[in-house]
Design a protein. Structure first.
Length: 299
């Protein structure tokens, strides 16, 4: 759908407008008294979110991010679905599934009040997606912009057989300096350390990142806090419908290997992902649905 059509159908004066972004992708720009956001239908990927109370973006977006059909965008909030991580069946399919590298459709934008608005995207099965993942589905993302950022991802099973999936909102948070950042809320939880062959370890104290980090925590209650001493802010993360949290930082080695990351980008970002990952597999019966939800706020 072209920019003119998107604006004619879904813009709201002073709140929602569409423009052409990097790579020619359409981008929805959303403004409320409490926050501004930018999201592209490509992958239904949130690229930027800035609270009115803080001039620093909530999210990290790599300056070397690639905006090209078939390529994931590095940063913001990629949607990993219907599998998280490598192809679980070893068939050579792309890491993290098919949702983040396809153009979604805008289905609505709504003024919830003069303080908040939302935008909704959908992705549905096609003959091409069916060859990769043989299920009929409707995937809905609703983003609400206001005092808090709310992201709600719903999977509808439109077929007549059960489906199994893993998924994540792979949120790249912006931090001032990773060495002056801590994460609290995961103390007492056991995690799988993917940098150590999946070894099971226990988190006893606040997390501080000083090396490549890739951990999956069974986590289904409470809030997670990112405490950023440099930017002098705390990000609060609330999750619903997920039973795992992923903590990831690429550190220097991965940054050196990735064309869409600068050498020092590991210092600027920390991923805390609202997920159903690892052994936490979601099973959805025919004609049923499952929703995963993340709520982000500043303190």
């Amino acid at each position: 759908m072209d920019i003119e059509t998107l604006n004619s159908l879904y813009s709201h004066a002073g709140y929602v407008t569409f423009k052409e972004g990097p790579g020619g992708f359409p981008v929805a720009l959303i403004t409320t008294p409490h926050a501004t956001a930018a999201i592209t239908p490509y992958g239904a990927q949130l690229l930027s979110y800035t609270f009115a109370s803080d001039s620093n973006d909530l999210l990290f977006l790599s300056e070397k991010a690639i905006f090209k059909e078939g390529t994931p965008i590095r940063g913001g909030v990629p949607i990993c679905w219907p599998w998280f991580g490598p192809d679980p069946q070893g068939q050579g399919r792309s890491d993290h599934g098919l949702a983040r590298t396809r153009m979604w459709s805008v289905v609505s934008s709504d003024l919830l009040s003069d303080q908040e608005c939302s935008i909704t995207f959908e992705l549905t099965d096609t003959p091409e997606t069916y060859t990769l993942w043989p299920y009929r589905f409707r995937l809905i993302l609703t983003l609400s912009v206001g005092r808090v950022l709310t992201m709600e991802l719903t999977t509808h099973n439109l077929g007549d057989t059960p489906m199994e999936l893993t998924q994540a909102l792979h949120t790249y948070f912006s931090v001032g300096d990773i060495t002056h950042t801590s994460v609290t809320g995961l103390e007492g939880f056991t995690y799988s350390d993917k940098t150590d062959g999946g070894a099971e370890k226990k988190e006893d104290i606040a997390i501080r990142i000083n090396a490549e980090t890739d951990r999956i925590y069974p986590f289904d209650s409470g809030d997670i806090l990112i405490n950023d001493d440099t930017l002098k802010r705390t990000i609060r993360i609330k999750c619903e419908g997920s039973k795992t949290a992923v903590v990831w930082n690429p550190w220097s080695r991965v940054c050196e290997q990735k064309a869409d990351l600068s050498l020092e980008d590991y210092k600027k970002t920390l991923c805390i992902e609202t997920a159903n990952a690892g052994d936490e597999i979601i099973r959805i019966a025919p004609q049923q649905s499952h929703t995963i939800k993340a709520i982000y706020s500043l303190e």
